[in-house]
Design a protein around this ligand. Structure first.
Ligand code: ADP
Ligand code: MG
Length: 384
């Protein structure tokens, strides 16, 4: 992309998708004096509720896209499955960051893995299975493994663990014989992620690296600094993420998830062309958040590396926490020092649904950890 001219506060920034990521993006943009426009069909979408403009159409609706381009000086996304065609269409009229080509790579696990390899970054041994011949040709060395649909998987959905060839065939059938990636099951010691922001002038900054704990394929706890990870592994992850962004000629915020294996090896897992759940901590624990960086990247403002001012622990608040009637006992956690509660304004608490998060900041990592465990216990969240 050519270097973007600076879009000054006062202008309107558009976002495709109206979930919590768009809501936090809109908060950051509004704080800096921008107006915001959200395109999302859902009348109660978390971001639509707080944006200046809410365009309620499907992503591919020509009128909705025209309206978004009319009001917005630049457009970003909150969701990688926005059709690349919609982004290409918007890009004819306005700067779009990230661009359609980069998003298209992130929409497809096979393309994503090919991109990691192209960037010189190790990923899990895998095979793409697009037809019965490729299924039959799978190397036994990839078993036991995880079969993942190439497209539209998230939060552990669209994944099945398989041990035998018969289970693999059954799982592929269960996914409707769609294009899948079979990944070897790896011995994970830890999971980390790196969020980078890259400008159209190729400047890149990154957030302090976060350590993540998943439960049932969904992020549960993020800790920063990543206390269990050796310094050279963290450095390697940062260099890899920057490399991945550079080879995509990426503009915007990009998150790369990594596995740290039991022998210390670093393996790229997947990436998201947007702010990421594991980066929410940056709102309260850094002097610039991932959403501030998203605003800066799309407006051509200077990128400054965020500084962690407080060690922190972020807890995801899923719908499972909600009692059948009423709300969790927020007062009990708000009574703790350093607790920052974020709720996304979703009316219905469903199992596994991301309703909010809570970041605990403290003067030391030990204190943040201790308070976060108390908060978790008060809310009925499992310890870690
Ligand atoms: P999603 O899009 O649902 O986040 P991921 O590919 O990140 O999908 O997988 C979700 C989680 O499943 C990972 O965070 C990790 O805990 C586990 N997982 C995924 N792939 C592997 C693998 N090859 N080996 C071991 N665990 C894995
Ligand atoms: Mg993931």
């Amino acid at each position: 992309m050519t270097t973007m001219p600076f879009i000054a506060p006062g202008a309107t920034l558009g976002v495709m998708g109206g979930g919590q990521l768009a809501r936090m993006f809109a908060h950051a943009a509004q704080q800096m004096g921008y107006a915001t426009a959200v395109l999302d069909a859902d009348r109660a979408s978390p971001a639509g509720l707080i944006a200046h403009h809410h365009i309620r159409t499907d992503y591919l609706d020509p009128q909705g896209l025209a309206q978004l381009a009319d009001v917005s000086a630049a457009v970003t996304i909150e969701f990688e499955n926005v059709p690349a065609d919609a982004l290409a269409r918007l890009a004819q009229r306005r700067p779009v960051a990230p661009g359609a080509a980069a998003v298209a790579v992130c929409q497809d696990r096979a393309a994503e893995k090919a991109h990691f390899v192209r960037s010189g970054v190790a990923c899990a041994p895998h095979a793409v299975i697009a037809d019965a011949d490729e299924l039959a040709a799978v190397d036994d060395k990839l078993l036991p493994g995880i079969l993942k649909t190439a497209r539209l998987g998230y939060d552990g959905k669209g994944q099945l663990r398989v041990t035998t060839r018969a289970q693999l065939a059954a799982a592929w059938n269960e996914f409707g014989c769609k294009v899948c990636v079979l990944e070897k099951m790896l011995p994970l010691a830890h999971e980390i992620s790196v969020i980078v922001a890259r400008a159209s002038n190729r400047e890149v900054v990154h957030l302090p690296v976060q350590q993540n704990l998943h439960r049932d394929g969904i992020l549960a706890v993020t800790t920063v600094p990543a206390r269990d990870i050796a310094f050279d592994v963290i450095e390697h992850a940062v260099v890899s993420a920057r490399q991945i962004a550079a080879t995509l000629d990426y503009v915007g915020v990009l998150c790369v998830e990594f596995f740290v294996l039991s022998d210390g090896t670093l393996v790229a897992n997947e990436m998201a062309p947007r702010p990421h759940n594991s980066g929410h901590y940056s709102i309260d624990a850094c002097d610039l958040s991932q959403f501030d960086l998203q605003v800066r990247a799309m407006t051509g403002a200077p990128l400054i590396a965020p500084r962690l001012h407080s060690p922190c622990v972020m807890l995801n608040l899923l719908g499972d926490l909600w009692p059948e009637h009423g709300e969790p006992d927020w007062a009990a956690v708000l009574a703790l020092p350093g607790v920052h509660l974020h709720l996304y304004g979703k009316a219905e608490a469903r199992r596994g649904r991301k309703m909010g998060h809570l970041t605990v900041t403290a003067a030391t990592a030990i204190e943040a950890d201790r308070t976060a465990r108390i908060a978790a216990a008060r809310l009925g969240l499992a310890d870690w």
